[in-house]
Design a protein around this ligand. Structure first.
Ligand code: DX5
Ligand code: ZN
Length: 224
């Protein structure tokens, strides 16, 4: 299982150093949490395309950058993030009116597309899109901030996506990736890996004051 940092708990005045340390520690994928101060329940604002552009310039083109859009107008503004240098747009099924149309528009721009669903959103509407998705992201916290507690009740949904994606691949279909996001740390990383997750987003479990990113990453990967 691959680990991708969310930078929400980083010191944004020292973000360049944090990114260097993450890449030195072996990170190959960055997860950028975009919140517009409107869509998430606690009305948080994080950052937009300008910061993502700086991150892309800092890390170069070999690092995968996804952006998790927790915003009200992803269908109108997704291209700003593509222009800022992301490889993948991950949009919320709850926030998009016409997801198939959004998938087509994003894919036609040469960018990968993922769909993310909240802990209380059932799998069905995303299962209907599965053949067209590069990634499904199952939230294991309610979106809005880092450092929240992991919600194990999403196990059934994760395992359902795992089995449907396996069937799709066995039938020669798209190799959709399965990602989880929220509350993953060294004590539960193996749990979600056993559920069949391909990539786990880790924010406060990687970027914190208790240990270095390298030490935190080793602690997680040694637990798998
Ligand atoms: C929450 C974000 C998550 C979060 C993960 O809205 O989508 O990516 O930053 O941080 P931790 O791992 O601390 O829960
Ligand atoms: Zn996220």
């Amino acid at each position: 299982m691959e680990i991708t940092p969310s930078i929400l708990t980083a010191d944004f005045c020292r973000l360049g150093e944090t990114l260097e340390k993450a890449i030195d520690a072996g990170i190959k994928w960055l997860h950028m949490d975009v919140m517009d101060g409107n869509w998430v329940v606690n009305r948080t604002i994080t950052f937009g395309p300008a910061l993502i552009r700086s991150v892309r310039e800092k890390v170069g083109n070999d690092i995968i950058i996804d952006c998790h859009l927790m915003i009200t107008n992803a269908e109108e503004t997704w291209k700003q993030y593509v222009d800022a240098g992301v490889n993948m747009i991950i949009a919320h099924i709850e926030a998009v009116q016409d997801f198939p149309n959004l998938i087509n528009n994003i894919r036609n721009s040469g960018t990968k597309v993922g769909c993310v669903l909240n802990p209380d959103t059932p799998a069905e509407p995303v299962l209907d899109l599965l053949t067209e998705l590069d990634l499904v992201l199952v939230m294991s916290v309610v979106p809005g901030k880092g450092g929240q507690s992991f919600m194990p009740e999403v196990e059934g949904k994760v395992r359902l996506f795992r089995s449907e994606i396996n069937k799709q691949i066995e039938a020669g279909g798209r190799e959709t990736k399965l990602m989880i996001d929220g509350g993953v740390k060294n004590h539960n990383a193996k749990l979600v890996a056993d559920w069949g997750v391909d990539i786990a987003v880790v924010g406060s479990g990687l970027i914190n004051s208790q240990a270095s990113i390298r030490e935190n990453l080793e602690s997680i990967t040694n637990s798998l």
